[in-house]
Design a protein around this ligand. Structure first.
Ligand code: AMP
Length: 127
């Protein structure tokens, strides 16, 4: 059974949980009871923000059925928020997972990246 209030399920050492709690500043794009979106501090494209569940879930491996509605909400918001950030001609979503996915912050997040110019190839072959 998950907590009713997502902010009650947090990892005290997680950077994104600290952003959710307002202990680390962020440039907020969107917030509701379950979801927070904020600009990436080290943007890889002219538009680069992230959507996260407020509840601490480390990786996509850890996502369960209780998280499905929040993750669905994140997907439903991505296009709207991308447009609001000026990305009205396409964008890319990325979820990095674990070591192989080169996930740096262990709190599930959906990157939204956009031009205006087309982005580079999705991934460069690493071997
Ligand atoms: P990932 O490799 O998918 O885990 O990406 C983590 C992302 O979080 C990177 O793009 C970082 O630039 C970004 N990031 C780390 N700390 C912060 C922060 N305090 N505020 C905003 N973005 C951050």
């Amino acid at each position: 059974m998950k907590a009713k209030f997502p902010e009650m399920e947090a990892d005290p050492n997680c950077v994104f949980c600290k952003i959710v709690r307002g202990e680390i500043p962020s440039r907020k794009v969107y917030e509701d009871t379950d979801v927070l979106a904020f600009h990436d501090v080290n943007p890889k494209a002219p538009v680069h923000f992230m959507l996260i569940p407020k509840r601490h879930v480390a990786t996509l491996y850890d996502v369960g059925e209780d998280d499905a509605s929040t993750l669905g909400k994140i997907m439903a918001l991505a296009g709207r928020l991308a447009r609001e950030q000026g990305a009205d001609d396409g964008f890319r979503t990325i979820i990095n997972t674990g070591r192989v996915g080169r996930q740096e912050v262990m709190h599930v997040h959906v990157h939204v990246l956009a031009g205006p110019d087309p982005l580079g190839p999705m991934v460069a072959r690493s071997h």
